[in-house]
Design a binder for this molecule. Structure first.
Ligand SMILES: [Zn+2]
Length: 329
């Protein structure tokens, strides 16, 4: 039933959603040595184990995919395949995010990296009934100068595939103040802003992401449940939460699905949406994620419609795309 519904995904990392077969195939073609020849062993290197203890451990699963994402062709192919997989489960709109700085290990420039991903995205949009935009990720482990570099190089692709910026990677307390100038610059160019916050560190990061960085959406944000002031701000400003429950359970941001704040937030009219975070690393797709949450909390078709329409409003797409998405439900 879920599979047939039109779907929107706002939070999906490219490097966390590479097909395992593709990793093996690209490694062969580009003579990249993989740590193992055994598919089961490779699978365990890119999918989180059930006993994963933290976000930092979860993020280790990105090392191997990033190794094979260093050429124009591999980036094009992987972004095409992500949309190909998504359209199979009736995802109609997907915002792909990735950090260009992680793809400079061989011969590519930032601009070529972005262009290659857009190329795969366009190809999929021509072939399938799906639309997509890109969110450029800036690593919190890198400097503000690096973030500014990405923002400047991505500028020429704004509204030609690129729509927004994000800060991602391990979450420390108070990271926002290090990136204020970068995000001010991004907004002045016309980028929209979404920030990973309140996942592995406190709700104060959500407060800062909104007040200092101008975030309109927050990746995860589960910790806002811990402080009234932040919760109130998110609610009053209609900040959208890109919730990824399975990922949160795996990184131990939340101890069990049953305790995920998705449902109480939804009931209280916080703008919640559902995403996978990472299809391969978390070993899920959007249908299974929606199915899990709807079963856990006994949600109905009307609830789905409400969450879907929240997602339409929250996309960084143009009005034409939003109207098309609204017409599908
Ligand atoms: Zn994420």
């Amino acid at each position: 039933m879920i599979k047939k519904l039109p779907k929107i995904e706002l939070h999906c990392h490219l490097d966390g959603s590479v097909r395992l077969d593709t990793i093996i195939d690209i490694a062969k073609k580009e003579n990249i040595k993989l740590p193992s020849e055994d598919i089961n062993e490779l699978s365990s290197l890119v999918k989180v184990p059930s006993n994963c203890t933290s976000l930092v451990e979860y993020l280790k699963r990105f090392d191997l995919p990033n190794k094979i994402m260093q050429t124009k062709e591999s980036l094009r192919r992987i972004s095409f395949e992500l949309l190909e997989d998504a359209q199979r489960e009736n995802v109609k709109y997907l915002e792909i995010r990735f950090a260009p700085m992680l793809h400079l290990q061989r011969e590519l420039t930032i601009s070529e990296v972005i262009e290659s991903v857009i190329c795969g995205m366009k190809e999929a949009q021509e072939k399938y009934d799906i639309k997509s935009n890109l969110i450029l990720g800036c690593m919190r482990t890198m400097s503000e100068e690096d973030a500014i570099l990405v923002i400047n190089e991505g500028k020429k692709f704004l509204n030609k595939g690129v729509v927004a910026v994000d800060l991602c990677g391990p979450e420390l307390e108070g990271f926002s103040s290090n990136f204020k100038n970068a995000m001010d610059l991004a907004r002045s160019y016309g980028y929209k802003v979404t920030i990973h916050a309140g996942e592995a560190a406190s709700e104060n990061n959500v407060l800062d992401a909104i007040n200092l960085l101008g975030a309109k959406r927050i990746g995860h944000g589960v910790r806002i449940k811990d402080k009234k002031e932040v919760y109130k701000l998110v609610k009053e400003k209609n900040i959208v939460l890109e919730m990824c429950p399975t990922s949160n359970v795996q990184t131990k941001a939340i101890d069990a699905y049953e305790n995920h704040p998705f449902y109480p937030f939804y009931k209280d009219d916080i703008k919640v949406t559902i995403s996978t975070d990472n299809r391969t690393v978390s070993d899920i797709d959007l249908s299974s994620e929606i199915d899990t949450m709807f079963n856990k909390f006994d949600l109905k078709r009307d609830d789905y419609k409400k969450i879907y329409l929240n997602s339409v409003d929250a996309t960084f797409a143009d009005d034409k795309t939003k109207n098309w998405l609204r017409s599908l439900i």
